[in-house]
Design a protein around this ligand. Structure first.
Ligand SMILES: [Zn+2]
Ligand SMILES: [Zn+2]
Length: 248
């Protein structure tokens, strides 16, 4: 072993010191330590966070006795279990990562800067937090009123409803349609349904770019769906949420 380290240009003194240090450790002592470690081991139960996962920790503690019922699982009952949340895999994989990294400070949602009709509604931010489940999303793209093919969020200034949508066109093009729906009080379009509620109007719309997607409409729709699920926002068919402004 010593020769192998010498071949890799490790100083002879360092190798000697390491070998004598290793030799000094008592073998039985080593084995004993390992055993204690296993007994106190905490096993993480890894899952994606959503509104329904809150009770898992309670179940893991209160129902651990079930493991004692079968000889095959009896051994597992001695461990402690803890719940660990991982980031939502679907969303992470689906949002496109820009090939060219923008210079520092350029990532995020922001107005196009040309003082267009959407600029004052575009939120300047690099993170986005779900009101429903506190999930925090860090942006990886540079999105403004003139970007196309991406997923975005509308937040109502009055009741703070969050609503995720996707577009293949630029936001400037897309919102001409949205605002026309509001103007004509279209009862079938989600944006129009919400922003024609009492005390609401189209000036209460704020927009935050979430992330770019490929041009393929199916991937964009699936990304939109993944964002809705991860951020637990209102869904297009969820009229109760869209109409919640009425209750206030
Ligand atoms: Zn603009
Ligand atoms: Zn509202």
């Amino acid at each position: 072993m010593r020769e192998k380290f010498l071949e890799k240009n490790y100083p002879d003194n360092t190798i000697k010191q390491a070998i004598s240090k290793a030799k000094a450790i008592n073998r039985s002592e080593l084995l004993k330590q390992e055993q204690t470690k296993v007994q106190n081991q905490t096993i993480p139960f890894v899952t994606n966070y959503n509104g329904k996962t809150k009770n898992i920790s309670k179940i893991l503690t209160n129902r651990k006795y079930i493991l004692n019922r079968l000889p095959e699982t009896m051994n597992l009952a001695k461990y402690k279990y803890t719940v660990a949340y991982s980031r939502n895999v679907i969303l992470r994989n689906m949002l496109v990562k820009s090939d060219i990294k923008p210079k520092y400070g350029k990532i995020g949602s922001k107005p196009c800067g040309l003082n267009c009709y959407l600029c004052r509604r575009m939120i300047r931010t690099e993170t986005l937090k779900s009101h429903a489940n506190n999930y925090q999303l860090k942006m990886r793209d540079d999105i403004s009123c003139t970007t196309n093919n991406f997923v975005y969020m509308i937040v109502c200034r009055i009741c703070h409803l969050q609503y995720v949508l996707q577009t293949g066109n630029t936001l400037k093009e897309r919102f001409r349609g949205h605002f026309q729906d509001v103007n004509t009080e279209n009862k079938y379009k989600p944006i129009s349904i919400h922003f024609t509620l009492p005390r609401h109007n189209k000036h209460d719309v704020t927009i935050t770019g979430i992330g770019k997607t490929p041009t393929d409409v199916n991937i964009r729709l699936r990304t939109e769906e993944a964002c809705i699920s991860t951020l637990s926002t209102a869904e297009p068919w969820d009229l109760t949420k869209l109409l919640q402004g009425k209750e206030q």
